[in-house]
Design a protein around this ligand. Structure first.
Ligand code: FE2
Ligand code: FE2
Length: 474
C-alpha cells in the first residue's frame, strides 16, 4: 500500500532514507511552482473528480474523489520487487537484475531517464490552454486526469535521478523544470513535444498517437536490467492506458458526431459538413497524418548504434522482450529497414541489433493500425463511403532514413515542389486549424452537456452518470 502520511506519498519506504527524502522535499516546491506556472491555466481552485493511486496492485489501485489539482498526491510508486528477477537480454543476460547503476552505464542510463522524464511535463505545458475550450465537464475532467498523471510520471523519473545519480541527477531534476515546450532558448528535448496542441482534436490525436509512443517506450524500459527503472515503468504503464483511452474514444466521438450529422442532413461535401458545425472527415484525416508522422520520428533513426548499445548493455529491451522466442542477443539476426535510393523506396536487411528503433516503431504501428480500423468502423456503420488511412511511414518524416525525402501518403517519392503542392491536402492547413478552433471558442460546462462537434461518451467515469459534476469551478 501507499503511504499517504508522508509529505511525499510513496511505497518505497522513503522515510527510511532521510537524505533522499530531504532532496525530494527540496524539489517538491520547485515542482509545485512549475505546476502553478505551466499547469492547466486558471484551474488551481477547481475541485476535480480525479483518481489517485492507493496501491500498485492491478486491481483497485484507484480512489476517486474531488481534489484541487495543486493538492494532488503526487508521489513515488514502484511495482514491488521480484527478488528473483534476472537480466533477460544482452550480454548480462542471466545475471540478477541490477539494484544499483553500474558505473559503465551511468551516463547512458541517466540520458535515457532524462529523455523519458522530459516528455512528461512537456505534454502538460502543451495542453495547458485547452481547459478554456473543453467540450464538456467529462472531457475537462479527463484532460486534468491526464495532466496530473503526466506530472506524476515526472516524479517517477525524478525519483530515479535523485536516488541513483547523485549530484548529476539532482541537476537534471532541476533542468526538467526549467525547459519549456516550444521555447526557442530552452525547448523540450524531443520534437513532437515542442509542437503546440492548439485544440481538442489535436489533444485527442496526441493522446492516441503520442501517449502510445509513451507506452512503447515504457514497455521497452520496463524490460531494463536496471530494476528500479523497470519497476517504475511498469506502474506508469497502468496510468498510460487511461491516456490512450481518452485519445481513442475522443476521436471516435468526434467521428461519430460528424457521421450522425452527415447522415441526418444528407450532406457529404466538407464545406456543407462544416456549415453544420462539425469536423469534416478529410480534416480528421489530415490531423491523423500530422500526429502519426511526428510521432513516428520519436522512435529515432532506423539504424542506430545507440539503440544497439542500449540493448546489448541491457538498458532498454524490445517490446514484450520476454515473450519473444530467440537468443535475446541478436548477434546473428537481421531485420528489414526501408530507405530511399534513386527516388524509390527499397527494403534491405540490416543487423537486427542496429534496427531496434525501427522494430519498436513497427510494433507501435501495428497497434495504431487496429485503433484506426476501430475508427473506420464508425464510418462504415454510418454507411459513409470514406476511408481513413494511415499514411506511408515515410510520409512527412524529419528523422531517420526518410528525412529529407518527400514521400506522399501513398508511399511515392516526389520532388519537393510536387510534395509542397499537395501539402495542404495531406496536413492541416492554417484554415483547418482556424476552423477547428472556431468550434472551440468557449467551454461547455453545464453538467451533461456536450459541444455540438462531439458525441457524448458511452458511459461516465467510475460509473458516474454523464451529467455528473466532474469539475466544480468554485
Ligand atoms: Fe507519461
Ligand atoms: Fe501519458
Amino acid at each position: 500500500m501507499i503511504n499517504y502520511t508522508d509529505k511525499i506519498p510513496n511505497n518505497i519506504d522513503l522515510g527510511r532514507d532521510r537524505v533522499l527524502q530531504r532532496a525530494l522535499e527540496h524539489w517538491q516546491p520547485a515542482y509545485l511552482n512549475w505546476w502553478h506556472d505551466t499547469g492547466p491555466t486558471e484551474s488551481h481552485a477547481y475541485d476535480v473528480y480525479l483518481r489517485t493511486a492507493t496501491s500498485v496492485e492491478p486491481d483497485g489501485w484507484a480512489q476517486f474523489g474531488y481534489v484541487r489539482m495543486p493538492e494532488y498526491r503526487w508521489g513515488i510508486f514502484l511495482q514491488p520487487r521480484d527478488e528473483k528477477r534476472q537480466v533477460n537480454f544482452g550480454i548480462h543476460k542471466g545475471d540478477p537484475a541490477w539494484q544499483e547503476v553500474p558505473g559503465e552505464y551511468r551516463s547512458t542510463l541517466r540520458r535515457v531517464i532524462v529523455t523519458q522524464g522530459d516528455t512528461e511535463p512537456a505534454s502538460v505545458e502543451q495542453q495547458r490552454m485547452l481547459g478554456l475550450s473543453c467540450p464538456s465537464l467529462y472531457d475537462l475532467r479527463n484532460i486534468f486526469q491526464v495532466n496530473v498523471e503526466e506530472g506524476r510520471h515526472l516524479w517517477a523519473m525524478v525519483y530515479l535521478l535523485h536516488r541513483y545519480f547523485g549530484r548529476d541527477g539532482r541537476e537534471e531534476a532541476e533542468a526538467l523544470l526549467d525547459r519549456r515546450s516550444g521555447d526557442t532558448d530552452n525547448p523540450r528535448i524531443l520534437g513532437a513535444f515542442n509542437e503546440p496542441t492548439p485544440d481538442w482534436l489535436a489533444f485527442f490525436m496526441f493522446t492516441f498517437f503520442t501517449d502510445r509512443d509513451g507506452k512503447f517506450q515504457l514497455c521497452a524500459l520496463a524490460e531494463s536490467a536496471f530494476d528500479p527503472l523497470a519497476r517504475t515503468c511498469r506502474f506508469m504503464l497502468t496510468e498510460e492506458a487511461h491516456h490512450m483511452f481518452v485519445g481513442e474514444t475522443g476521436v471516435t466521438r468526434i467521428i461519430q458526431r460528424t457521421c450522425d450529422v452527415m447522415k441526418e442532413n444528407k450532406v457529404d461535401d466538407p464545406s456543407d459538413v462544416r456549415a453544420l458545425g462539425v469536423i469534416d472527415l478529410p480534416t480528421i484525416q489530415r490531423y491523423l497524418n500530422f500526429h502519426y508522422s511526428v510521432t513516428l520520428d520519436l522512435y529515432g533513426s532506423d539504424i542506430s548504434s545507440n539503440a544497439a548499445n542500449y540493448y546489448t548493455g541491457g538498458l532498454k529491451g524490445r517490446f514484450e522482450e520476454t515473450k519473444i522466442n530467440d537468443d535475446h542477443l541478436l548477434s546473428e539476426a537481421t531485420y528489414p529497414v526501408s530507405e530511399v535510393v534513386g527516388g524509390k523506396i527499397i527494403v534491405k536487411q540490416v543487423s537486427a541489433l542496429t534496427a531496434l528503433n525501427e522494430r519498436l516503431r513497427e510494433d507501435y504501428i501495428r497497434e495504431i493500425e487496429s485503433g484506426v480500423s476501430r475508427w473506420q468502423r464508425v464510418i462504415d456503420k454510418a454507411g459513409i463511403p470514406f476511408r481513413l488511412t494511415l499514411p506511408h511511414k515515410g510520409f512527412h518524416r524529419a528523422i531517420g532514413n526518410f528525412a529529407g525525402h518527400f514521400v506522399s501518403p501513398e508511399g511515392e517519392v516526389l520532388t519537393e515542389e510536387a510534395w509542397k503542392n499537395h501539402q495542404h491536402e495531406w496536413l492541416p492547413a492554417p484554415q483547418d486549424h482556424a476552423y477547428v478552433q472556431s468550434l472551440m471558442s468557449g467551454r461547455v460546462v453545464e453538467p451533461g452537456k456536450f459541444a455540438n462537434w462531439i458525441a457524448p461518451p458511452g458511459r461516465g467515469i467510475n460509473n458516474q452518470p454523464l451529467n455528473f459534476e466532474y469539475v466544480r469551478f468554485n
